[in-house]
Design a protein around this ligand. Structure first.
Ligand SMILES: CC(C)(COP(=O)(O)OP(=O)(O)OC[C@H]1O[C@@H](n2cnc3c(N)ncnc32)[C@H](O)[C@@H]1OP(=O)(O)O)[C@@H](O)C(=O)NCCC(=O)NCCS
Length: 194
């Protein structure tokens, strides 16, 4: 058991279809990844295609995790650039999701651990994400070291009379310069890693 990770897989129509299906299944199980259930693959597909275009054309990156036993795509996240030079030293984690068939086995925590390992190797100063309040997700991320750094009360309306907080979390990274694998950006060397 466990996940086998593939970073930046080739963005093929087959991969797009698999990610769309995973995203739809996660959403229909109540996951907070941009949709409310019930949602069809037809609605998810254009959003998935747009997210994947940022990987195919750059500068975003994609981490996929395959269940070793079944070979199925089980987990996904995107590292999204802000496309803004002053924010190139960190990435926004988007669409962090584990297929409902595989939730609760530690795959989500493994996915975050792999994302953190990569981010450190790339020399990033931090990883940021936003989440929908009311689902316990703060606890999930806090277990992996993320700290809540912002909360907009009631900014996400999931139904009439059901407004959820929009929560921002941040994982500050120390970068071990010697293990940096991407071309070093001079600006990073001047930044306080904390
Ligand atoms: C959130 C998600 C990625 C977690 O993945 P997972 O594989 O189920 O989580 P894990 O089994 O690795 O759990 C890791 C820890 O977080 C806790 N945890 C996981 N989901 C939680 C939740 N919703 N609320 C509170 N705690 C949670 C687990 O209890 C576990 O704690 P432990 O280490 O003390 O046992 C997954 O449930 C998912 O895809 N959800 C739907 C999509 C979604 O909402 N993504 C978040 C976008 S911001």
């Amino acid at each position: 058991m466990g996940l086998s990770f593939v970073l930046d897989p080739e963005v093929t129509p087959d991969l797009g279809a698999r990610i769309t299906t995973l995203w739809t299944d996660v959403s229909n199980a109540g996951g907070a990844v941009g949709f409310l259930p019930p949602v069809s693959t037809e609605r998810v597909r254009p959003v998935a295609e747009q997210q994947l275009r940022g990987v195919a054309d750059g500068p975003d990156r994609l981490l996929t995790g395959y269940d070793r036993e079944s070979g199925r795509l089980a987990a996904v996240l995107f590292f999204e650039s802000q496309r803004f030079e002053l924010m190139e030293h960190w990435r926004l984690l988007k669409r962090v999701m584990v297929h409902p068939d595989f939730q609760g086995r530690g795959y989500g925590a493994d996915l975050l651990a792999e994302a953190e390992r990569l981010a450190r190797a790339w020399g990033l100063a931090g990883l940021r994400l936003t989440l929908r309040g009311g689902l316990g997700l703060e606890t999930f991320y806090a277990r992996s070291g993320y700290k809540e750094v912002g909360r907009v009360p009631g900014a996400i309306r999931v139904a009439d009379g059901d407004d959820r907080d929009d929560v921002t979390m941040w994982l500050g990274l120390h970068w071990p310069g010697s293990t940096r694998t991407d071309p070093a950006r001079p600006v990073l060397a001047r930044l306080d890693p904390h």
